[in-house]
Ligand binder design. Structure first.
Ligand SMILES: *Cc1c(COP(=O)(O)O)cnc(C)c1O
Length: 388
């Protein structure tokens, strides 16, 4: 990477605007909280703040279970969920239609779990009926794990139906809601989800560094059933539960947590609830609708069907004759906007736009669409749909 070009000077003073599906650009109030003087991670005032964030997140998860603010990335939360309720050798069904579902499988294998994999056809959602059929073939399965919003292709999986059928069969449901929490309808308790992971810096519009992990009563019973689990000490619900109880009045977590980051999460979550969760989600969905419509008018084809399209990230196929990698580079150099590329079979063929954080602002959406129209014009690309 060049560090002597004119562009690098410009980027040093004017940060790029993130229109990728995480990390996302956040509001100034959130950034200000990160710049507060460092405080201790214990004491009654700290505990009050921590518990306020936990309480607000319970509202967003729609759960009366417990929530832990894991200091780590989203995948740390996924690892904590899988390892805390399952023992080495236990079978888990991992349904995957993209990069993040595949990663759940990698985590499960690293924990010595027996992985049964279910994959739908490309660009298709994971359905409850497909999960039911797979469970019929694998009666040894103890838990079902699925990504709610598979961010790598911008698709929503049928989590509600999957959780319901898992419950009927007495199985636990573990959901990666990392890119769906506060963006896609999600009812942890009403749908019967047992373990659910989110993250601070996607739809919540908070800082990077914290993964809220929500644990329902059936999951807690599994945590405490006396069997030796795959988890170690840190990424273990048992440890976090223990200290939340033992030290509840002054230090409701087992280790030092990033106090500034959690203060910034407090600000972000407070803003979501002030605005109202419904309204917060509506704004992101509105940005999605405008982007899909605007790009279709230019001739682009969306990667997945509207009925299963994510409200918080859109994957789009590049047009014939279009160099997708060049387009991403051009947006960054000319307009300071970063959008994402495709993964695996879609690398170089697909680009992805996030509608979370500042990317949900109507003026940002308009700026992105005009920039894309400008790119097509200067590159001499005319839309397939428009010319058909
Ligand atoms: C972003 C994302 C992850 C990865 O989270 P990290 O914080 O990088 O560990 C996992 N799953 C989904 C669905 C995601 O969108």
């Amino acid at each position: 990477m060049s560090t002597v070009s004119g562009n690098s000077d410009r980027h040093a003073t004017r940060r790029e605007l993130l229109l990728i599906p995480g990390p996302v650009s956040v509001d100034d109030e959130v950034l200000e909280a990160l710049a507060h003087p460092v405080r201790a991670h214990y004491g009654s005032e700290w505990t009050e703040l921590y518990k306020r964030v936990v309480g607000n997140l319970k509202t967003i998860f729609r759960t009366s279970g417990e929530v832990h603010l894991l200091f780590g990335s989203g995948m740390a939360g996924v690892e904590m969920c899988l390892g805390s309720v399952l023992s080495p050798g236990d079978a888990v069904l991992i349904a995957s239609n993209g990069l993040f579902g595949d990663r759940m499988g990698d985590v499960a294998r690293a924990l010595q779990l027996e992985v049964v994999t279910l994959k739908p056809a490309p660009r298709e959602p994971i359905t409850a009926s497909a999960v039911a059929a797979e469970l019929d073939r694998h009666p040894e399965v103890r838990a079902v794990a699925v990504v709610h919003h598979e961010t790598s292709i911008g698709i929503i999986n049928e989590v509600r139906g999957i959780a319901a059928l898992a419950r009927e069969r007495g199985l636990l449901t573990i959901v990666d809601a990392i890119s769906s929490l506060a963006g896609v309808e999600l009812e942890m308790d009403a749908w019967g989800i047992d373990l659910c992971v989110g993250v601070g810096n996607k739809c919540l519009g908070g800082p990077i560094g914290v993964a809220p992990v929500a644990v329902g009563p059936r999951a807690m019973a599994a945590v405490q059933d006396g069997n030796r689990k795959a988890a170690g000490w840190y990424l273990n619900v048992a440890t976090w539960h223990h200290y939340t109880e033992l030290w509840k009045g002054w230090h409701p977590h087992p280790v030092t947590v990033p106090t500034n980051v959690i203060e910034a999460v407090d600000v972000a979550v407070g803003r979501v609830l002030e605005r109202g969760l419904e309204e917060h989600m509506r704004r992101q969905t509105a940005a999605r609708d405008t982007v899909r419509e605007g790009l279709r008018e230019m001739g682009f084809e969306m990667l997945v069907a509207d009925e299963v399209a994510s409200p918080v990230a859109t994957a789009v196929l590049g047009m014939p004759g279009m160099d997708v990698v060049h387009y991403l580079r051009w947006l960054l150099d000319e307009h300071g906007m970063r959008i994402g590329g495709g993964f695996n079979e879609f690398a170089g063929r697909v680009f992805r736009i996030g509608h979370m954080g500042r990317a949900a602002q109507p003026e940002v959406v308009q700026a992105y669409l005009s920039a894309t129209a400008e790119y097509l014009e200067q590159a001499g690309i005319s839309g397939g749909a428009a010319s058909r």
